[in-house]
Design a binder for this molecule. Structure first.
Ligand code: AMP
Length: 444
C-alpha cells in the first residue's frame, strides 16, 4: 500500500517523501481515507503508531481543498492535546507535513505569555494545536472565534481527562459549531472516553490498531531494583514466594535465555526457552506446551516473542529490560488482555537506568519501584521519571521494607486471573500511581 493509493494529494506526498515515510502504518491506512471522506473517528492508538500523520495528513488536505479562506481570529481546524510538549511535537509534525501547502499553522499552550499568541491569532490560523486551558483563555478574551471551525481533533483524549480537563473540554464543546468533523484518539476506551465520544462524535468509524501493543491499564506494572548478578537468584526467589503458576519471561540475549532456563531446570522448575537460534519447530513446540500449561516458565528473547499469541497470561517478567522501549509495550501487552488483570514485573539493575527512563518516557508513566528484602542493590538504580530525566546524583539507598503476608496474596492472585489484583508481594519503597500519564498535574 502506498500513500498515493490512500488518495493523498501531491504536495503531501512530496512532504512524506522528504520525511522518508514509505508505507502507511495501520492507523494511517484506516484513518486517512475515512477522514478524507468526512467521517468522524474514534481511534484507539498511541504515540508510536503514526497516529499524528493519520489525522494530520487528511486534515491538511481537506483544509487545502475545501472551505473558505480563514478570517481574522478564526481557526479552521483545531487539534486539542493534553500537554505543552505534545502541542509542540504535534505542531512540528503538522508543520512538516504542510510544508508544500499554503496553510498557516500554530500552537498555543499555557505557561508562556498569552500576548504573542493573541497577536499571532489576529490574522486567523488554518490549523491550531492547543492545550484546553489556554485555548479557553484565548476564546474568552475574544482572541479566537470558532465560526469557521470544520474539524476538531482530540488527541490523547484519555490523558486529557486524566489531567482533569473534562470541564474545559465541555466548555470548548459548547463553543464549537455543531456541524463539524470530530476525530478522537485515545490509548484506552474507558467509560469516561465513551461518554465523551457519545457527546462529541457523530456515527464515528471505530479504529483499533494493534490493541495488543497498547499498555492496557489492567496491567499492573512495577520494577524491582536489584544488582545484575543477582537477577537469577531474585527471579527464583520471587517465583517461589509468589507461587507463580505461569510466567512468560523476557531476557535480552539468547545466552541469557539459555542460562536462565538451565538454572531453572537444574532446580527442577518446569521451564523452556525460545530464541532465534532454535529451530522453528522447537520454538513452536515449546510455545504449544506453554499454552497448554505443560510448561510453567517460558523464557524468550524479543525476536522470538514477536507475534506470540497467548491468551490470558497472568504474569510477564522482564528479566532484562528491552533495548527498544516499544518492545516493553509488546511484552506487557501479552497479559491483562480482554479485560483480565495482569501483572508485569521488571527486574532492573543500575546498568539499565537509561532503558528504564526510555520506557517511562514512551509510556508516560513513572513505574513504581520496589526492593526485595535481602536483594537490595549495592549499585543503586538512579531515579527516573516520565520526562526522560535520569537523576544523576546518587542518594543513599533507602532502608528496605520487607514484605509481610504478600506471599499468600500473589499466590492467590495467580490462581485466578479474574480476581481483582492484590498488592504485590513486596512492598513499594516509592509508590507512584501507574498510568497517571505524566509527572505534571498542573494544567498546561
Ligand atoms: P506518532 O505515533 O504519530 O507519534 O509517530 C511516531 C513516529 O513515527 C514519528 O516519529 C513519525 O515521524 C513516524 N512515522 C509516522 N508515520 C510513519 C510512516 N508511515 N513511515 C515512517 N515513519 C512514520
Amino acid at each position: 500500500m502506498t500513500f498515493a493509493s490512500l488518495g493523498l494529494i501531491e504536495p503531501l506526498l512530496r512532504s512524506l517523501e522528504t520525511l522518508g515515510y514509505q508505507t502507511p502504518t495501520p492507523v494511517q491506512a484506516q484513518a486517512i481515507p475515512a477522514v478524507l471522506a468526512g467521517r468522524d473517528l474514534m481511534a484507539a492508538a498511541q504515540t508510536g503508531t503514526g497516529k499524528t500523520a493519520g489525522f494530520a495528513l487528511p486534515l491538511l488536505q481537506l483544509l487545502a481543498m475545501e472551505g473558505p479562506k480563514v478570517t481574522a481570529n478564526s481557526v479552521r481546524a483545531l487539534i486539542l492535546v493534553p500537554t505543552r510538549e505534545l502541542a509542540e511535537q504535534v505542531h512540528e509534525a503538522v508543520r512538516q507535513y504542510a510544508e508544500n501547502l499554503p496553510l498557516s499553522t500554530y500552537a498555543v499552550y499555557g505557561g508562556v505569555s498569552i500576548n504573542p499568541q493573541m497577536m499571532k491569532l489576529r490574522k486567523g490560523v488554518d490549523l491550531l494545536v492547543a492545550t484546553p486551558g489556554r485555548l479557553l483563555d484565548l476564546f474568552r478574551q475574544n482572541a479566537l472565534k470558532f465560526n469557521q471551525l470544520q474539524t476538531l481533533v482530540l488527541d490523547e483524549a484519555d490523558r486529557m481527562l486524566d489531567l482533569g480537563f473534562s470541564e474545559e473540554l465541555g466548555n470548548i464543546y459548547k463553543a464549537l459549531p455543531k456541524k463539524r468533523q470530530t476525530l478522537l484518539f485515545s490509548a484506552t476506551f474507558s467509560d469516561a472516553i465513551r461518554t465523551l465520544a457519545g457527546q462529541m462524535l457523530n456515527d464515528p468509524l471505530l479504529i483499533e490498531v494493534s490493541p495488543r501493543n497498547v499498555a492496557a491499564n489492567t496491567v499492573k506494572q512495577w520494577v524491582v531494583t536489584v544488582d545484575k548478578k543477582r537477577k537469577p537468584e531474585l527471579f527464583i526467589h520471587l517465583l517461589r514466594k509468589g507461587k507463580w503458576k505461569q510466567v512468560l519471561v523476557f531476557a535480552k540475549t539468547r545466552n541469557g535465555v539459555d542460562a536462565l532456563v538451565e538454572k531453572l531446570q537444574g532446580l527442577g522448575v518446569n521451564a523452556d526457552g525460545i530464541h532465534g537460534d532454535k529451530p522453528q519447530a522447537t520454538r513452536q513446540r515449546a510455545l504449544d506446551r506453554f499454552k497448554a500449561s505443560e510448561v510453567q516458565i517460558l523464557v524468550a528473547t524479543d525476536v522470538a516473542a514477536r507475534g506470540l499469541d497467548i491468551e490470558d497470561l497472568p504474569l510477564v517478567v522482564n528479566f532484562d529490560l528491552p533495548i527498544v522501549a516499544e518492545d516493553y509495550i509488546h511484552r506487557i501487552g501479552r497479559t491483562g488482555r480482554a479485560g483480565a488483570t495482569g501483572q508485569a514485573i521488571s527486574l532492573v539493575c543500575a546498568d539499565e537506568v537509561n532503558l528504564l527512563s526510555a520506557i517511562e518516557t514512551l509510556t508516560r508513566q513513572t513505574l513504581p519501584r520496589q526492593m526485595e528484602h535481602d536483594f537490595e542493590p549495592e549499585h543503586r538504580v538512579p531515579d527516573t521519571d516520565a520526562s526522560g530525566q535520569v537523576v544523576k546524583k546518587p542518594k543513599k539507598p533507602k532502608k528496605p521494607k520487607t514484605s509481610g503476608g504478600g506471599k499468600r496474596n500473589l499466590g492467590k492472585w495467580v490462581e485466578s486471573a479474574e480476581a481483582s489484583t492484590p498488592e504485590p508481594s513486596i512492598k513499594p519503597v516509592r509508590k507512584v500511581p501507574v498510568f497517571n500519564t505524566g509527572p505534571r498535574k498542573k494544567k498546561p
